[in-house]
Design a protein around this ligand. Structure first.
Ligand code: NDP
Ligand code: MG
Length: 374
């Protein structure tokens, strides 16, 4: 039995991961998990699985849960996340939202656990530190993000030296058919209405701004050890091709499937094996695949992300934290959709980059730029 723990079990990825575990009870068991504040969902999860330990955000929640579930150990706060990261599992699925996932991911690596990585913000903020630590402790980082899972699958058995470039596909998000002018009046409800994927609120907004693709380019740089000039993006509205790899002989390998995150989650858990699944691609209803070159003027956030990674140092972490801050304000109804990119750009422009930052420096800027304090 492979023991798996989950950070962010109540989220979109976390919920689907629990389904994958339940569908493969002979293979995987849930060792421990963390949630934020959604205790209603937690009760539903605990009706069908019994982990040894659960971390919650609030200490008040911890106390009431302890009384209700005496066989489970409850922990809380950031220490709670650390406790889950340091448990006895073989693999940690990082599915919290945002750079809060960085410290526990590093702890899990130090404890020799393989990482199933959904939490892309961790690699954007501190990719070099995370990947160096993974090499040092000989742990595998298996991507869960669908594009990166696709690339990982396309590269199995291929020589990295024969790769010409990665082609990351992008659905275009909720506003893909609107011009920039038409973005002035869009609402939060419009932005949360993603055409292809049902995901958490923050990543759904990131998809609409195209920052999600920017984060994914940086994520791919670190996961696959490639410079970003060899990582391209392509609009593909069906999201059927999850991504592709082009090799030096111009041959391209693509991975296709339905828009169902259970595929990449299960593959990360079972790798190097493949396990059977339901929900296959149906070629009776799939009649065409469309492609369009990425428009960097229309989707300026993607351009910003390429700039951030070219500048390097603390800039990607600052971009990520500024984006988390701005998206949070948009989700609260405090700013308009186009204000998100204005805030990110302004904050990046005002930042004096520190080269080769250590973890403390990254966490310091992460905190500052995620707040109003800046
Ligand atoms: P959700 O918002 O649906 O879930 C986030 C999870 O993190 C919830 O369990 C939430 O707890 C918990 N959480 C949030 N803030 C904190 C905090 N401060 N401390 C502890 N726990 C916290 O996000 P998604 O599942 O959509 O995304 C998770 C990650 O996976 C993101 O990095 C995203 O980019 C990535 N990803 C997601 C995809 C998707 O399809 N959803 C696809 C590819 C990548 P609670 O709800 O209990 O408060
Ligand atoms: Mg993705």
């Amino acid at each position: 039995m492979k023991k798996i723990s989950i950070l962010g079990a109540t989220g979109s990825i976390g919920t689907q991961a629990i389904e994958v575990l339940k569908n493969n009870r002979d293979r995987f068991e849930l060792e421990s998990m963390s949630i934020g504040r959604n205790t209603t969902r937690l009760h539903e999860i605990l009706a069908s699985v019994t982990p040894k330990m659960v971390s919650v955000m609030d200490d008040g929640d911890r106390k009431s849960l302890e009384a209700r579930y005496p066989t489970i150990t409850f922990v809380s706060g950031e220490d709670g996340l650390q406790a889950v990261a340091a448990d006895d599992s073989d693999m940690l699925l990082t599915a919290v939202m945002g750079s809060i996932g960085l410290p526990p991911t590093l702890t899990a690596i130090e404890n020799g656990k393989d990482i199933a990585l959904a939490n892309k913000e961790t690699l954007v903020a501190a990719g070099e530190i995370v990947m160096d630590k993974a090499r040092e402790h000989d742990v595998q980082i298996i991507p869960v993000d669908s594009e990166h899972s696709a690339i990982f699958q396309c590269m199995r058995g291929e020589s990295p030296s024969e790769i010409k470039r990665l082609i990351i596909t992008a659905s275009g998000g909720s506003f893909r058919d609107l011009s920039r002018d038409e973005l002035h009046d869009v609402t939060l409800a419009d932005a949360l209405n993603h055409p292809n994927w049902a995901m958490g609120r923050k990543i759904t907004i990131d998809s609409a701004t195209m920052m999600n693709k920017g984060l994914e380019v940086i994520e791919a740089k670190w996961l696959f050890d490639l410079e970003v000039d060899r990582i391209s993006t392509l609009l593909h509205r069906e999201s059927t091709i999850h991504s592709m790899v082009e090799f030096v002989d111009n041959s391209i390998i693509a991975q296709l499937g339905n828009s169902d995150m259970k595929g990449p989650i299960q593959f990360a858990f079972s790798h190097p094996e493949r396990l059977a699944m339901d929900n296959p691609l149906d070629f009776d209803t799939l009649t065409q695949l469309n492609f369009k070159p990425m428009d960097f003027e229309r989707f300026r956030m993607l351009k910003l992300a390429y700039e951030a990674v070219e500048i390097g140092g603390t800039m990607p972490a600052v971009m990520n934290a500024s984006n988390e801050y701005a998206v949070d304000r948009f989700l609260k109804g405090e700013i308009s959709f186009l204000d998100i990119e204005k805030i990110v750009e302004l904050r990046m422009n005002g930042h004096e980059v520190i080269d080769e930052p250590d973890l403390e420096t990254i966490l310091y800027y992460d905190e500052i730029f995620k707040s109003d304090m800046r």
